[in-house]
Write a protein that binds this ligand. Structure first.
Ligand code: WQD
Length: 345
């Protein structure tokens, strides 16, 4: 039987590469488009080493309609799109808002416009728990209120969700699934793919593992005076492979036309809130490696606490994030060690 062809935009990035692996493992044929702005070609080697299959790869930018049109022509019969291609640094988005609006909105609009012409059935969108802002209540469900975005990056996620919904409501010949991720962390257990941040990491786990291996002197914990059980912020840290598997289920559902509504929205989290200090402890216990850290002031703009109610995804998708956090921390550490062995950092 011929394999179902799926387009993964941003497929050499962190979540895109893990999703590509799971798609290949599930029997899909993957076409990746990536402009390599925040990733590199070696990721394709990692994917091939894990799965035994090298995904089709187009180096190009989804901002460019001609590139996309050529891709759909060169790879006919694409049934679903999973859209990871986007800029995602909150701080950078404050400095370069137009870059964020241009990249994230144009990419989406270009893809949606081409779908009918090339007969694509389904669209999976990478959204974020950032749409809930500082929630009034935790855990948050998909019906929790959407709060005004606090960064251009966050705003692009909200606007993109609206663009998708408006287009579907106007009678698009395709359906969509919007996935709201909580905090994706860890790496593939093989340590052959993982997260590769540019420069000094802004996110907790890459900073933590780089500190543990000695690249950074110490990890700054941003605040221990929040109204939480230990004073540090609380997040829902979800294993990236668990997260990737949800995309496979989502795209399958769209391709097989099994969605219950034209736009379905799912929270992807574990359902457990874990504090920053608890996470550091879990890492140290799981790996036996100490993480030098100090408490510093709060980081402006941080949400105090947010974690998911993943019931909707658990019941409707039959999906659950079940990798223990300790295993996830071990995978993040193995990936950092792999980067050292390869001389990357
Ligand atoms: C987690 C916690 C920090 C670094 C952001 C985006 C979100 C998203 C994921 C997209 C916070 C604390 C961090 C450090 C620390 N989407 N921290 N020391 O802020 O929850 O979410 O990334 O790409 O939209 O807002 O993630 O990893 O930056 O921080 O103490 O050196 O760790 O204060 O409480 P965040 P994060």
């Amino acid at each position: 039987m011929e394999k179902t062809r799926i387009l993964v935009t941003g497929g050499t990035g962190y979540i895109g590469s893990h999703t590509t692996v799971e798609l290949i493992n599930a029997g899909f044929e993957v076409v990746i488009i990536d402009n390599l702005s925040n990733s590199n070609r070696e990721v394709l080697d990692g994917i091939e080493a894990i799965t035994g299959v090298r995904p089709n790869f187009v180096e190009g930018d989804c901002n460019d309609t001609a590139t996309l049109r050529k891709l759909f022509t060169d790879y006919p019969g694409i049934k679903g799109i999973i859209n990871f291609a986007a800029s995602k640094a909150v701080g950078e988005s404050m400095e370069k808002p137009l870059l964020y609006y241009r990249n994230n909105l144009n990419t989406l609009i270009n893809l949606l416009e081409l779908m009918p012409e090339f007969g694509v059935k389904g669209f999976v969108f990478s959204s974020s728990c950032t749409v809930y802002g500082e929630p009034d209540e935790n855990p948050v469900t998909e019906r929790s209120p959407i709060k005004t975005a606090t960064s251009p990056y966050g705003n692009t996620k909200q606007i993109c969700e609206e663009i998708i919904t408006d287009t579907v409501n106007a009678g698009s010949p395709w359906n969509a699934i919007i996935l709201r991720y909580f905090n994706p962390v860890g790496a593939h257990p093989s340590a052959l793919i993982g997260e590769l941040p540019n420069g000094v990491p802004q996110n907790l786990i890459p900073y933590l593992t780089q500190t543990a291996i000695g690249i950074r002197k110490e990890l700054s914990v941003f605040g221990n005076d929040y109204p939480t059980r230990d004073g540090s912020c609380i997040r829902d840290f979800i294993n990236v492979v668990d997260l990737a598997k949800a995309h496979v289920i989502a795209v399958k559902r769209l391709v097989e036309e099994k969605t219950l509504e034209p736009v379905e929205i799912f929270n992807l989290g574990t359902g457990d809130g874990v504090s920053v200090l608890e996470l550091i402890n879990t890492f140290e216990e799981a790996t036996g490696v100490k993480v030098p850290h100090k408490i510093v002031g709060r980081r402006p703009g941080d949400i105090i606490q947010v974690w998911a109610d993943p019931t909707h995804a658990n019941t409707v998708l039959g999906w659950k994030a079940d990798t223990p956090l300790a295993d996830t921390m071990v995978s993040a550490w193995k990936w950092q060690e792999h980067l050292r062995e390869k001389g990357v950092m």
